[in-house]
Write a protein that binds this ligand. Structure first.
Ligand code: ATP
Ligand code: MG
Length: 599
């Protein structure tokens, strides 16, 4: 049975933009949001249908879906929704031709190239499960994730295949198909030049109607706190992706939107592919790695309206100083947002002064599938706060009791664990092969996030720290973020990671690792100045006892400071799983421009 014709994208009963937070929150209804997703028969749906097919019958069909900026500075390539849909259809046909069945897993190991987007959506069209991996992973992290998830196929490039997979692929018999995208001179033995094979296949494909609960995505967590977990997501996740793309990121049809998230990470999927296409925007895809000057040029030349990035990138931009952005016209920007780590208040002040508008922080996890807490356009920002819950999301601050239950903390400004009431569409449906661990993440109706927060009287949530990172000193519970943000106020400081070190007297004492901006010397005078600043801002009990200077802090590939690694190194303990640690072979270039004062 052919699916019904696409419903016009503008036939909406829910407003796509949140005008009044309290009213929008009170009126929100998941059932209504679900009804706005195209019913492909008997309540079935497909993420890819929402991202692509749905646009084909309306004015969105010939809109640019992807504006691809080649690494080497060559001419941008524009791909319309119609063309991207056709290419995704060819990929779906390739999977069908090779005998892949719905439910089979397809891994993807590639940097941002146009066929990655067609492969992701073509995989979903065919009912297969898509799993992105960081292209910067070494052979071992790739292999171990293949062993956990047992994909039937992997989509990658010839270069990545030769460097990272060829040596061990014979030992993973589950992986039957290696599909190469990008330039392929000669496909190595046992691989398929997928780009060429797709060219020869039909551009027609009937997107498969899927059960809303059918597994669509498998995402590995960032591994910040330990071994990465494989979070399972269902097709109905698209309901949240679309609503939050519109309400939390302010995406409107026709907007030019740039997400800098790596496609190997959940953010690169939820808000680098699904959410934006479901919202009908033009997605800017930059093939290159971070480079401050290039980034400002992209914001200017591409007339970017909405920009979604991460604190680690923002800190690198801040490190390069205000002269660089002053040379570019950033007037097309309407909304800028950040995710992945706490956003220091300093970054909000800086962006207001330097870019002309403030970063809106938002909070979510691989497990939540999409944005849960956000600073909305219609609400005043409190710098340092993650904002308020997304409409449809009930959040609470809780304390775990000894019997495995939880107690809600309703009073304002009390620290506790952030909990979310079960039942939103993008909630993870399991950790692959780790049923007990999954069950442990819930208490009754609540999902326990593992992050400590407080909620203020106005209902804004403030991040304190990950449960594992919180420091207990002299009877106080101290979140590293608070201490880090105070030190970030010093003009010489580029980045800070704070940990607790065991101490006989206080339980733990606070130690800060500080990376400096270019042109600042790590000397005792600066150390004393930083101590004084911390004491003034935080009080003597909370100020760090020790400050060490570091060239760089260890981070995950998704840009998160790995405090557990700082702690392990400090205490001479085993480093644990470091598969997601950012390596030395793909060093980012913070300030390419010599006039920007660094390099
Ligand atoms: P793992 O679970 O493997 O240790 P991870 O938690 O870093 O890794 P992700 O799911 O990528 O993996 O990251 C989610 C976490 O990132 C959140 O639980 C939170 O600790 C942190 N985070 C994300 N956004 C924010 C934010 N806006 N403010 C503070 N912390 C954030
Ligand atoms: Mg986590």
């Amino acid at each position: 049975m052919p699916p019904p014709p696409p419903s016009p994208a503008d036939q909406r009963t829910l407003p796509s933009r949140l005008q009044d937070y309290d009213r929008g929150y009170a009126a929100f209804d998941w059932a209504q949001a679900r009804r706005e997703v195209t019913d492909l028969g008997g309540g079935r749906l497909n993420i890819a249908y929402e991202a692509l097919d749905r646009h084909l019958d309306g004015p969105g069909a010939d809109r640019t879906a992807i504006r691809f900026l080649p690494r080497d500075g060559g001419d941008p390539l524009a791909i319309t929704y119609r063309a991207l849909n056709a290419r995704a259809n060819q990929f779906a046909n390739l999977l069908a031709e090779r005998g892949l069945q719905p439910g089979d897993r397809v891994y993807c190991l590639a940097h941002r190239i146009p066929d990655l987007y067609a492969a992701a959506l073509g995989t979903l069209k065919h009912g297969c499960v898509f799993t992105p991996l960081f292209s910067a992973f070494g052979p071992e992290p790739i292999r171990s994730r293949v062993e956990i998830g047992e994909p039937a196929a992997v989509v990658t490039t010839a270069r990545l295949y030769r460097r990272k997979m060829a040596d061990w692929i014979a030992e993973t018999p589950c992986l039957r198909h290696v599909l190469l995208i990008g330039d392929v001179d000669e496909a190595p033995e046992g691989t398929v030049d997928a780009a060429r094979a797709m060219d020869a296949l039909s551009a027609e494909y009937t997107t498969r109607p899927m059960d809303p609960e059918a597994m669509a995505l498998l995402h590995f967590t960032s591994g910040t706190t330990g071994r990465p977990k494989g979070a399972v997501h269902a097709h109905e996740a698209v309901v949240l992706h679309r609503v939050t793309a519109e309400q939390a990121l302010d995406l409107q049809p026709g907007d030019v939107y740039w997400s800098t998230a790596d496609p190997g990470w959940v953010a690169g999927m939820s808000y680098g592919i699904i959410g934006p296409f479901a919202a009908g925007v033009t997605l800017v895809v930059d093939e290159a790695e971070f480079d401050a000057e290039r980034w400002y040029r992209i914001l200017d030349e591409q007339r970017v309206n909405v920009w979604y990035t991460a604190p680690t990138a923002i800190r690198m931009l801040m490190k390069c100083g205000p002269e660089l952005p002053a040379r570019y016209d950033l007037s097309a920007l309407r909304f800028i947002a950040s995710v992945g780590e706490p956003l220091n208040p300093e970054a909000v002040h800086w962006s207001r002064a330097t870019l002309g508008l403030p970063f809106h922080d938002n909070w979510w996890q691989t497990e939540t599938g999409g944005i849960m807490i956000a600073n909305f356009r219609c609400l005043p920002i409190k710098p340092g706060s993650m904002g308020r819950p997304v409409p449809g999301i009930e959040a609470a601050v809780v304390r775990r009791d000894d019997a495995g239950g939880i107690e809600r903390i309703d009073a304002a400004d009390e620290t506790g664990e952030l909990a979310l009431r079960k039942g939103w569409p993008a909630m993870f449906r399991g950790y692959l092969h780790e049923e007990a661990r999954y069950r442990k993440a819930f208490s009754g109706d609540w999902y326990l996030t593992g992050d400590l927060v407080r909620r203020d009287v106005d209902g804004y949530y403030w991040f304190i720290g990950r449960g594992d990172d919180v420091i207990k000193t002299s009877g106080h519970l101290i979140g590293p973020f608070e201490v880090e943000s105070a030190l970030m106020e010093h003009p010489a400081v580029a980045e800070v990671g704070v940990i607790g070190v065991p101490d006989e007297v206080t339980g733990e004492r606070i130690k800060a690792f500080v990376a400096l901006k270019p042109g600042h010397a790590p000397d005792d005078e600066l150390r004393r100045a930083l101590m004084a600043l911390a004491r003034k801002r935080l009080g003597a009990a909370v100020a760090p006892r020790e400050i060490a200077f570091a060239d760089q802090l260890p981070r995950t590939r998704s840009g998160k400071i790995m405090r557990r690694l700082l702690r392990a190194r400090e205490l001479g303990l085993p480093e644990g799983d470091t598969s997601t640690l950012e390596g030395g072979d793909d060093r980012l270039r913070p300030c390419a421009s010599p006039t920007a004062g660094g390099g």
